[in-house]
Design a binder for this molecule. Structure first.
Ligand code: FES
Ligand code: FES
Length: 151
């Protein structure tokens, strides 16, 4: 017995308690450590993942809520070990400092750019309102995202 879900395209079964936060299932059971349990209260966005294509805070999402759902984590946004366009743009722009916020940032940026290919600077800023970064001031992050749109 267990609870079935898809993570980054792989159909998996979790044996965790259904009330376990998804971030803990990802990290402890499936060893996907991209999503970060920083605040665990829904404020920082470091634990952001996509559930059925929509951003979700995995610290506030119990495992039971994602049964039979498609979960994408930061690890699942790249293919064949190559950086995704968003990841590559952030690296190229030297936008990363401590990096704690970045898996969540990448998830939010990927979502806005996939769902709104003509996203404006304001759209990108709005998409990042749930992602707190203590290091960067956001400008290089936004500039990097804009370069993805222009390519
Ligand atoms: S750890 Fe989930 S919002 Fe901060
Ligand atoms: S790079 Fe350090 S919190 Fe964002």
């Amino acid at each position: 017995m267990g609870l079935s879900l898809s993570i980054n395209g792989d159909r998996l079964t979790s044996s965790a308690d259904p009330i376990t936060p998804l971030v803990d299932v990802l990290r402890e059971e499936f060893h996907l450590t991209g999503a970060k349990p920083v605040c665990r209260e829904g404020f920082c966005g470091a634990c952001m993942v996509l559930v059925d294509g929509s951003p979700a805070l995995s610290c506030l999402t119990p495992l039971a809520l994602v049964e039979n759902c498609e979960v994408r984590t930061a690890e699942g946004l790249s293919a064949n070990s190559a950086l995704s366009p968003v990841q590559a743009a952030l690296e190229e722009a030297d936008a990363v400092q401590c990096g704690m916020c970045f898996p969540g940032m990448v998830v939010s940026l990927t979502h806005v750019l996939e769902t709104n290919p003509g996203a404006t600077r304001d759209d990108i800023r709005a998409a990042l309102t749930g992602n707190i970064c203590r290091c960067t001031g956001y400008e290089r992050i936004i500039e990097a995202a804009l370069t993805v749109i222009q390519t």
